[in-house]
Design a protein around this ligand. Structure first.
Ligand code: ATP
Ligand code: MG
Length: 361
């Protein structure tokens, strides 16, 4: 059983480079938690096995993005001395745990999962949903519980996964005895970061929708994307009053800017409220706001870009980081699996009472 340790588990699907939605939704928080020194163990997972559930015919895509996402992690400040970065498929115990958890979940419960529903629609699976994809909330429960995670820092779309995990934990512990740890979700505290919209104004910035600003984008790329971002389509002339609702540029400012940015780049305004008020009154053009947002983003992204460039020069070191992290993760998951099998009383060869019982029959 748990030793009252504080443990973090979180991760990302290596389906593409990470973007600023991932950054504000989860990555930034991970780095803060990592550096708080409050956690005993931290595991950050490259969820390649999960990514294959809807990319079975394109393993090359997953393979190519392992290193990209690892570089993204290191560039935002994940420190391999404090956090284990590991590859999901390397930890075979996760598959075994999933297999036992499957017995504790009904098909109708999975069908009700709102994120899975939305993702099935987005991918046009209709009735040809791969079984692996359909059951990925169960495999996510295995990922979280294998590490005895107490805290899972993720974006809002992961809430149904955490609920499913908690249900599995409660059911498992009720049936087999107190074994698994009940995890807590940690959502971003800033509302704009719960689900950052895409540059096109669509509800979610996503790797697969082509509406993302990537952490690895060059300065010129970022500027280009910001200057062509979706704003208020009715704000045509500078003097027109502008709308904030659904205005992506202002959502990004909500997510990224602070008063120091105003002092540095836009001293005519003390804070975002003043800028918003002027926009709503009319007389403030989109270009000025976009230029400000570009400055804010460049300030946040340039140290990330610089760190990435350093790590890119030494891919072999990154490879070693992944190997070491995966070994540490395997050891931890093996320990949990042993406890799970003991609780289920299917640990025949580790349990001397098994043979005694059989002999007595
Ligand atoms: P895919 O399209 O392959 O599912 P994704 O962009 O949704 O990729 P994931 O790897 O599924 O990324 O999610 C990684 C983490 O980032 C999760 O914690 C998720 O909640 C968070 N996240 C993803 N997109 C956003 C977003 N637009 N805003 C805030 N958080 C996000
Ligand atoms: Mg996703």
């Amino acid at each position: 059983m748990a030793e009252n340790k504080k443990i973090i588990l979180t991760g990302d699907r290596p389906t593409g480079k990470l973007h600023i939605g991932h950054y504000v939704g989860s990555l930034k928080r991970r780095v803060e938690l990592q550096n708080s020194g409050e956690f005993d163990e931290i595991y950050i997972m490259l969820a390649d096995a999960q990514a294959l559930t809807d990319n079975a015919d394109n393993p090359a895509k997953i393979r190519d993005n392992i290193m990209e996402v690892a570089l993204d992690y290191l560039s935002v400040g994940i420190d391999p001395a404090k956090s284990n970065i590991f590859i999901q498929s390397h930890v075979a115990e996760l598959t075994e745990l999933s297999f036992y958890y499957m017995n504790l979940v009904t098909v109708s419960r999975l069908q009700r999962n709102p994120t899975v529903k939305a993702e099935i629609q987005m991918r046009n699976f209709e009735t040809s949903i791969p079984v692996g994809f359909f059951t990925y909330p169960i495999s996510q429960a295995a990922d979280i519980t294998a590490f005895k995670a107490t805290v899972v820092p993720v974006g809002e779309d992961q809430m149904p996964m955490l609920e499913q995990t908690k249900e599995i934990v409660h059911k498992f512990n009720a049936v087999y005895g107190e074994t698994l740890v009940d995890p807590q979700i940690l959502l971003p505290s800033n509302k704009a970061c719960l689900r950052l919209p895409g540059t096109d104004g669509k509800a979610k910035m996503s790797k697969s929708l082509g509406n993302a600003i990537y952490l690895a984008d060059t300065e010129a790329d970022v500027k280009k994307k910001v200057m062509s971002m979706f704003t208020d389509p009715d704000h045509i002339r500078v003097e027109d009053p502008g709308k904030l609702e659904g205005n992506t540029v202002f959502t990004y400012l909500d997510a990224f800017c602070n008063e120091d940015h105003f002092a540095e780049y836009l001293p005519d305004y003390a804070n975002l409220d003043e800028l918003k008020a002027h926009y709503q009154r009319g007389g403030l053009g989109d270009v000025k706001v976009k230029k400000f947002l570009n400055n804010v983003l460049q300030e946040e992204l340039s140290p990330i870009r610089a760190r990435r460039a350093e790590y890119e020069k030494n891919i072999e070191a990154v490879y070693e980081i992944l190997k070491k992290g995966s070994e540490a993760a395997s050891a931890k998951a093996a320990e949990t699996l042993r406890e799970v099998k003991a609780a289920m009383k299917i640990n025949y060869f580790d349990d001397p009472t098994f043979l005694e019982e059989q002999k007595r029959k």
